[in-house]
Design a protein around this ligand. Structure first.
Ligand code: NAD
Length: 381
């Protein structure tokens, strides 16, 4: 039985609490911590968490032997400090995305996990969707040949502004950036442009276009947007022999001797791909609940969780590379070294353009239905 402290009881804590409540034999929420303790009280009442004590400072429970896990749902700028405190105190950590405010902080978290021997996992809940899970499995079957290209569309619509004011590459596309690096591996080069076309009270970008290049020569094109009408998220992977995608689809062309495609398609390969996809079992638990299941399993069995510290860092490294490329108007080589100013805490913020100055902000944002979490694009295929 893992005894859980939820640190930060705002919007996303609902998904964490609901996740743990699905596994009452494996976990129990014993503490709720928030700098606004009334928010913690409210969650305790809402979910009937009779065994949970309320605190206003995570440091008050660091030495409490009745807590095994710090589940961190605070804003990103305190993820590293709280995670490192917890790991050094001998607690396991499940931390929300983005992993931290800088690559330097990510490495400090990874080092604290290593030296403490405790488990660190970072939320990337879209891996735990049937659409991405099954696409990844089909990809691993190597039926589509060498990977040539991927198109990743992370299109959202934001009619109103939020406290982070946009920043769609970091806040929205992070899940697709994680997914594509999970599926295709880590690129060697990144080039990008960011812009703000329709949020004139936001300092940050509302649209970005990036290209990743891999050592195989393959490319990924990624668009992160909060200006598209309708929410449309897509990953399309082109192999030498066929294309596959989430939402699920497959297409296999046949080349004529002169290299042009002929009208007939390679239906035999398409049927094989369809069979592979359909025979991959659906996940028992999806999104945050799926990842919490994976995290609890890792703790029970002493194995690594699917998204460990180094995996969590990779999405932030790609996002940092996108911003660095856009700001410096150059191609960025990966990995980003510790001597790079963009690696260091505060480096990106210092260099980042303010597209517009923010004229208003919301304190203690309360609209708990308004967060885009991503969804399972597998519509019962
Ligand atoms: N995985 C996803 O799809 C997803 C979606 C939304 C948000 N998030 C992430 O979850 C995190 C929280 O986002 P949110 O929307 O819930 O924000 P929120 O502002 O609604 O909640 C954060 C809570 O943390 C509390 N807090 C701040 N500093 C604290 C500290 N030092 N100690 C204890 N409590 C503290 C705040 O009072 C607040 O109640 C962010 O990292 C965000 O990016 C992830």
């Amino acid at each position: 039985m893992q005894r859980i402290a939820i640190i930060g009881t705002g919007n996303i804590s609902h998904n964490h609490i609901q996740g743990y409540l699905e596994f009452p034999d494996r976990s129990q929420i014993v503490a709720l911590v928030d700098i606004y303790p009334e928010k913690a009280e409210e969650k305790k009442k809402h979910y009937g968490l009779v065994n949970a004590k309320i605190y206003s400072n995570h440091q008050d429970i660091l030495n409490d032997p009745s807590i095994d896990v710090f589940d961190i749902c605070t804003p990103p700028y305190v993820h590293a400090a709280i995670s490192i405190d917890a790991l050094n105190a001998g607690k396991h950590v499940l931390c929300e995305k983005p992993m931290a405010a800088s690559l330097q902080e990510c490495d400090a978290m990874i080092n604290a996990a290593k030296s403490s021997g405790k488990t660190l996992s970072i939320i990337a809940q879209n891996r735990f969707t049937d659409a991405f899970w099954r696409l990844k499995k089909v990809l691993e079957s190597n039926q589509i040949g060498k990977i040539c290209h991927a198109q990743v569309d992370s299109f959202w619509w934001r009619g109103t502004w939020e406290k982070e004011g946009g920043g769609c590459t970091l806040n929205h596309a992070v899940h697709h950036i994680d997914a594509i690096q999970w599926m295709l591996g880590f690129p060697t080069e990144v080039v990008a442009i960011t812009t703000n076309v329709s949020h004139d009270n936001a300092e940050v970008e509302d649209l970005s276009a990036a290209i990743f290049k891999y050592d195989t020569g393959a490319l990924t094109q990624l668009t992160a947007s909060v200006v598209h009408h309708g929410e449309d998220q897509k990953i399309v992977i082109q192999g030498e022999k066929a294309r596959i995608s989430a939402p699920w689809d497959k297409f296999a062309s046949i080349a004529a001797p002169n290299g042009f495609p002929i009208e007939a398609r390679d239906t035999s390969l398409e049927n094989q791909l369809e069979d592979s996809y359909q025979t991959i079992p659906r996940l028992n638990w999806t999104l945050h609940t799926g990842q919490i299941d994976n995290f609890l399993h890792a703790l029970q069995t002493g194995t690594a969780p699917l998204v460990d510290g180094p995996q969590g860092k990779r999405s932030l490294e790609l996002i940092t590379a996108i911003y660095k490329s856009a700001i410096t108007r150059s191609i960025v080589s990966l990995p980003i070294s510790a001597s790079d100013p963009y690696y260091q805490t505060g480096g990106l913020v210092k260099m980042a353009p303010h597209f517009f100055e923010k004229s208003a902000s919301v304190e203690n944002f309360a609209n708990e239905d308004a967060i885009p979490l991503g969804k399972d694009m597998d519509k019962g295929a």
